[in-house]
Write a protein that binds this ligand. Structure first.
Ligand code: HAM
Length: 411
């Protein structure tokens, strides 16, 4: 777990703001679920996934409740839906930390942030397209160019079950040629063997049956409609029939955004898909759902690699230098901040020289200087700090207005 310090923290916040600007105009409302839930909420994610079986921070609280820090937010959002029953269709977005006990490395942390959406109550493939397009638009607004989109369909639960049976038979037949790790995975979830990166498994995975042979007509039609929708929006995608994703609740459409600059083990910038049964398992009526979560940590690493979406400036507009005791600085900073400008000052009544040094270091565009002359005359001096220019003396009453005008001028 890490501290996110400035300037990185500024970028973090700006990133969540870009996401809000993309999803809110599409009708998604912010939901802030608790960081901790009853363990049972998360075990519904599936007992064949490492996220649930190995990586959860769970413990018994002082009231003897078995709780867990959330490893993701889809289950929490579905639990919230089951509890509050908002009108359908319901579109929610979220942003915040999640916890997984994973081996930390670049792009993989024990506390990491996600932004995401979940849309409940609609089976229409247009919604799949909308959701996928929102994630795509988010990456576009950050300026990322090297993001790939992989899509697949896991079919209906029956299709998936038949496919899993076929995969199990295929991998079983490979016997010892399959790595020991994959043989263990096979017992828990044959789909996840497809995720193996071990060289000895690759020829066996390549020869494995693919899910499209098992799609029902309805699942195939749904997937066709999703592809046509993405084409219609000009969103470039690759069909990856071996994409399975790491959580057990998916059916039909699944997708992943991959960062072209990241190591293959951590290149999933985000992903999602359709799920059903989750709302039901959490006490609600049968309700279809689709969503995604995008990893903020990894997304910002990808931005570093591509040299885009750098931290916004933390520099203040003005810095107040007051050599008359500091009360003028107190009043002026307060007045300027209230007028919407960013203003900082020096403290401890230091010398003019020390205060001007601090003003320089702050990077502010203007220094406001109040010395004994100004104090006597009820005025203040405005000194441009970044460009050559005249220092001017203005009336204290017109200071805020004068500054606002100057700040609007270039640069
Ligand atoms: P997920 O694939 O487990 O899906 O996580 C989504 C994204 O979160 C990943 O692609 C990755 O960028 C980021 N992430 C996951 N684990 C870590 C980690 N340890 N360190 C850094 N980043 C990480 C979900 O969480 C689903 N809830 C997505 C979803 C929403 N499906 C439907 N709705």
């Amino acid at each position: 777990m890490r501290d996110i310090m400035a300037p990185e923290s500024r970028r973090w916040r700006a990133c969540a703001q870009v996401f809000a600007d993309v999803v809110e105009p599409a009708g998604y409302e912010l939901v802030i679920p608790p960081l901790m839930e009853d363990l049972g909420v998360f075990t519904r994610i599936g007992d064949a996934t490492d996220v649930v079986t190995k990586e959860m921070y769970d413990f018994v609280d002082k009231g003897d409740r078995h709780v867990a820090l959330r490893p993701e937010q889809t289950a929490s959002i579905c639990r919230a839906f089951a509890e509050h029953r908002p009108v359908l269709p319901w579109k929610a977005w979220y942003s915040g930390p999640n916890f997984r006990y994973e081996k930390p490395q670049r792009g993989r942390y024990r506390q990491f942030d996600q932004v995401g959406v979940e849309a409940l109550g609609v089976d229409d493939p247009h919604l799949d397209v909308e959701v996928i397009a929102l994630g795509w638009e988010f990456y576009r607004r950050l300026g990322l160019q090297q993001v790939g989109l992989l899509v697949n369909s896991l079919g209906e639960p029956d299709d998936r079950a038949r496919y899993m049976g076929a995969l199990e038979a295929h991998f079983d037949a490979a016997g010892d040629a399959l790595s020991e790790q994959s043989r263990a995975t096979l017992r828990k979830n044959p789909l996840r063997v497809l995720d193996s990166k071990r060289p000895e498994d690759q020829p066996i995975i390549t020869a494995a049956p693919t899910i499209d042979q098992f799609w029902s007509t309805a699942a195939g039609d749904h997937f066709d409609a999703v592809q046509s929708g993405l084409d219609a929006l000009g969103i470039h995608f690759t069909i990856d029939l071996k994409l399975v994703r790491g959580l057990d609740y998916y059916r039909r459409t699944i997708f992943e955004y991959q960062g072209g600059t990241l190591d293959s083990a951590q290149n999933a910038l985000g992903g999602g898909g359709r799920y059903d049964g989750l709302v039901e398992a959490l006490g609600g009526p049968p309700t279809p759902g689709i969503g995604f979560a995008l990893g903020v940590d990894r997304t910002l690493l990808a931005c570093d690699d591509e040299g885009v979406f750098t931290a916004p400036s933390g520099v203040v507009d003005v810095f107040v230098v007051d050599t008359t005791g500091g009360t003028a600085a107190l009043a002026i900073t307060s007045e300027l901040r209230a007028a919407g400008m960013s203003a900082d000052r020096a403290y401890d009544n230091r010398s003019m020289k020390a205060q001007m040094k601090a003003a320089n270091r702050s990077g502010a565009r203007f220094a406001i200087i109040v010395g004994s002359d100004e104090a006597e005359a009820g005025s203040a001096s405005i000194r441009p700090m970044r460009v050559d220019g005249e220092q001017v003396v203005v009336d204290r009453d017109s200071l805020a207005h004068e500054l606002q005008q100057r700040l609007q001028e270039e640069p």
